[in-house]
Design a protein around this ligand. Structure first.
Ligand code: FES
Length: 117
């Protein structure tokens, strides 16, 4: 007794010939496999990027980027970058706005000011 599944017959296929019925099953499965593989690889790629580097371009020739300022030299107010995208690093130049728009992040500067300023 031949087995039938959704119009497909279980009649043995001789050689490498594929019938139209087989192609209608194989092509969607192959497309789903390719799309699934792409989405999974993209997911894991993104997950590994989230553990990646914060500093993309500031002082890349040094082992550690450190800035030190004397309180007396700061004056009334200083605005320091915390997004690492400023062209005036370590000072904020507003680049965090574009970074936040592009990434959905919410970073902003560190503002230090005298109480009476
Ligand atoms: S530019 Fe980086 S916090 Fe403003």
């Amino acid at each position: 007794m031949p087995l039938r599944i959704s119009g497909l017959s279980a009649t043995p296929v001789s050689g490498c010939r594929l019938s139209k019925d087989h192609l209608t099953l194989v092509v969607p499965v192959a497309v789903a496999a390719v799309v699934g593989t792409y989405l999974i690889s993209r997911y894991y790629s993104r997950a590994s990027c989230s553990k990646g580097k914060v500093n993309l371009e500031q002082s890349k020739d040094t082992a550690k980027v450190v800035h030190s300022f004397d309180m007396e030299d700061i004056g009334k107010k200083a605005v320091y970058c915390r997004c690492w995208r400023s062209k005036k690093f370590p000072y904020c130049d507003g680049a965090h706005t574009k970074h936040n728009e592009e990434t959905g992040d919410n970073v902003g500067p560190l503002i230090i000011k005298r109480r009476d300023a």
